[in-house]
Structures are given as structure tokens and as C-alpha cells.
Write a protein that binds this ligand. Structure first.
Ligand code: AHG
Length: 339
């Protein structure tokens, strides 16, 4: 098999980007490289997930007498490890931790970025060999450089992200990240252990045929959401419906597919849970940023996700994200809820 060694690796690509911005310090490139390293380590463990019965169940002791960490805790520790020991991050917020962690040391206090992440999203899918993922968003601090970062650095609206990305551990492992300059995707080449540029300048098609929603909650959704789902299922000359329903229960995989092929992903509020399930800071905001840079849209049903000023680290939000024309169609249906 011939392998193309001419493709750019993640490091090469970020360095190339750096050369185009004379004022850049390289701190963001290093941060992305650190996340890429954690992703490779997480990938190794995710690929062994089917062997837990042999190696020891997560949370128990394996036959070598070592404690087998739960995979989401393992992923969390890997991300914290690289970011704490790197030189580009002043602190983190994680789905796995109640509070932010401030890396209060001489080097980290000089860092201008903070990072928010969901280390392993879709973790209920681990046991059944379905794609899962890591999601991250990066912000420039608003607190004083040289001092420890503060909560206010993490509670910025998503529009302030300087970069956001995700890793999907799927049929192949991919890292996709966006800056304001564009969205680029890198596939892990297991032979050289590097993420290689495979999807340059990703654009989300303005229309698509896929809608992703948990149909089990249908009767819990608002009138507007139900109307939109009905539209998706009906013959429609303008949109080319009926659409195809795809929902795997791992947002990373669902949104990744829709970003590439065109589609819409929704996790609406329900009667029982009006704010839905997904977390604004490290699930909705990164995807809203990525999809918007790629030409799509993201809202909570009432306002643009990226404009929401967060009040809490773990706050939830309804989430609608995808191709611009499909989002417009959805928004028209949602007018029913605002009457
Ligand atoms: P978890 O990490 O707890 O498995 O949650 C996954 C998230 C998201 O990735 C996915 O789209 C959604 O929850 C699925 O939730 P439902 O099962 O309620 O549809």
C-alpha cells in the first residue's frame, strides 16, 4: 500500500498557519498540539474498550493488579495532564469536574488561554462500540495575565472562542478544529501516529437531507419542534423532503456527519427538562462555533448560541445546529412557540 507522506500533519499545519500571522506567538498552536497528544492517548484506550473484560472492568483492578480507571476519567486526566504541563493554558473547566481547575504556577499564570472540554462525550456508547468523542473550546483570558485565571475567563459567551474543536473516535479517529479562519479536519494515521490534514477548509452544505433528534421524546417537545419534525417526515417540494433520520446518541458523531454531509442536529428542551440535556460551555458552544465558521447556524430556539452570556459552568441549553437552510426552516416552525 502506498502512503502519501506529503500530507501536512497537525503540527505542520498549525505552524504554517502561524507563518501567515506575523503577530502570533505560537501559544495557540502549542495548545492544539497538546490537545492532539491527549487525543492520541485517549484513542489508544478507547480502542481497547472491548478488551475490558480481559484487562479488567473500568473502576476495578485488572489481572496485573492495576486499577483500571473509568474511560471518561482517564480522558479527563489525560487532557488535564497535557494542559497543565504545557505552557499555553492557565486553567480548565471540564464536564467531569464540579469546579474549574486553575493551574496556579509561574508559567501557567503567564498563559493567555483557558480551555473548556467534555473529555468523553457519548460515554454510554462505549460498551457497544459506537463512536464517541472529545469536545473543546478555547478562550483568551479576560483576567490579568501574570496572575491566576478566574471564573470570569470561563463564563464568556461562545462568540469569544478563539478556537474550538472535537475528536471523533470512530471508524477512523479524526480531530477537527476551527478558528475564525476556517475549519480543518485531520485523520489519525496510525502508522505514523500523527493527525494528518484530510479535510481542509470544511464547509457545511447549506442544505441537507439528515435530521438528528431523539424521537423517543417527541411528545415532550414543544409544538414548534413537533411541527418541524413532522415537516422533516413529509414530502416537501421546496426542501426535497422527507429527510432521513439519523441519531446515534453521540453528539460528536452526529454533528460531525451532518457537518460533512449537510443536516441538522437538535436536542430540544422537553416538558420535564426545559433546558434539555446538553451543556452550553463545553458541548453547545464549541459546536456552534465550528458549524458557524463552516457556514451553518446554531441556536437555542430563541437566540444564537454564541451570544448567550453564561452564568454557570455546567449550565444546560436546548441546542439546534446545522445547515443554514434547514435551520431557517426550523426557526420558522419555532415561531409557533413564541406566539
Ligand atoms: P452521555 O455522554 O451521557 O452519553 O451523553 C451524550 C449526549 C450527546 O452526545 C448525545 O447527543 C445525547 O447526550 C444523547 O442523549 P439522549 O440519549 O437523551 O438522546
Amino acid at each position: 500500500m502506498s502512503i502519501n507522506r506529503q500530507v501536512l500533519t497537525l503540527d505542520e499545519f498549525t505552524l504554517q498557519q502561524l507563518r501567515n500571522i506575523p503577530t502570533a506567538t505560537g501559544e495557540l498552536s502549542r495548545l492544539l498540539r497538546d490537545i492532539g497528544l491527549a487525543a492520541k492517548r485517549i484513542n489508544v484506550e478507547v480502542n481497547k474498550a472491548g478488551l475490558v473484560d480481559i484487562l479488567g472492568d473500568y473502576g476495578t483492578t485488572n489481572i496485573q493488579g492495576e486499577e483500571v480507571k473509568k474511560l471518561d476519567i482517564y480522558a479527563n486526566n489525560q487532557l488535564i495532564g497535557v494542559l497543565k504541563h504545557g505552557i499555553s493554558c492557565a486553567g480548565i473547566g471540564s464536564e467531569e469536574m464540579d469546579e474549574i481547575e486553575i493551574f496556579d504556577d509561574e508559567v501557567s499564570n503567564q498563559s493567555k488561554y483557558v480551555c473548556l472540554f467534555d473529555p468523553l462525550d457519548g460515554s454510554s456508547n462505549i460498551d457497544v462500540n459506537v463512536s464517541i468523542g472529545t469536545i473543546f473550546g478555547i478562550y483568551k483570558r479576560v483576567s490579568e495575565i501574570g496572575k491566576p485565571c478566574k471564573m470570569e475567563d470561563f463564563l464568556q459567551p461562545g462568540v469569544k472562542q478563539v478556537a474550538a474543536g472535537y475528536i471523533v473516535y470512530g471508524s477512523s479517529t479524526m480531530l477537527v478544529y476551527a478558528t475564525r479562519r476556517g475549519v480543518n479536519g485531520f485523520t489519525l494515521d496510525p502508522q505514523i501516529g500523527e493527525f494528518c490534514l484530510s479535510h481542509p477548509n470544511i464547509q457545511c452544505p447549506s442544505s441537507g437531507k439528515i435530521y438528528s433528534v431523539n424521537h423517543g421524546n417527541f411528545f415532550q417537545y414543544s409544538e414548534g419542534v413537533r411541527k418541524y419534525i413532522n415537516n422533516c417526515q413529509n414530502k416537501n417540494k421546496t426542501t426535497g423532503g422527507p429527510y432521513t433520520q439519523r441519531y446515534i446518541g453521540s453528539m460528536v458523531a452526529d454533528v460531525h456527519r451532518n457537518l460533512i454531509k449537510g443536516g441538522i442536529f437538535t436536542y430540544p428542551g422537553t416538558i420535564d427538562k426545559p433546558k434539555g440535556k446538553l451543556r452550553l460551555l463545553y458541548e453547545c458552544n464549541p459546536f456552534a462555533f465550528i458549524v458557524e465558521v463552516a457556514g451553518g447556524k446554531a441556536t437555542n430556539g430563541k437566540e444564537r448560541i454564541l451570544d448567550i452570556k453564561p452564568t454557570e459552568l455546567h449550565q444546560r441549553s436546548p441546542f439546534f445546529v446545522g445547515s443554514s437552510n434547514m435551520m431557517a426552516e426550523l426557526e420558522e416552525c419555532l415561531l409557533l412557540d413564541n406566539k
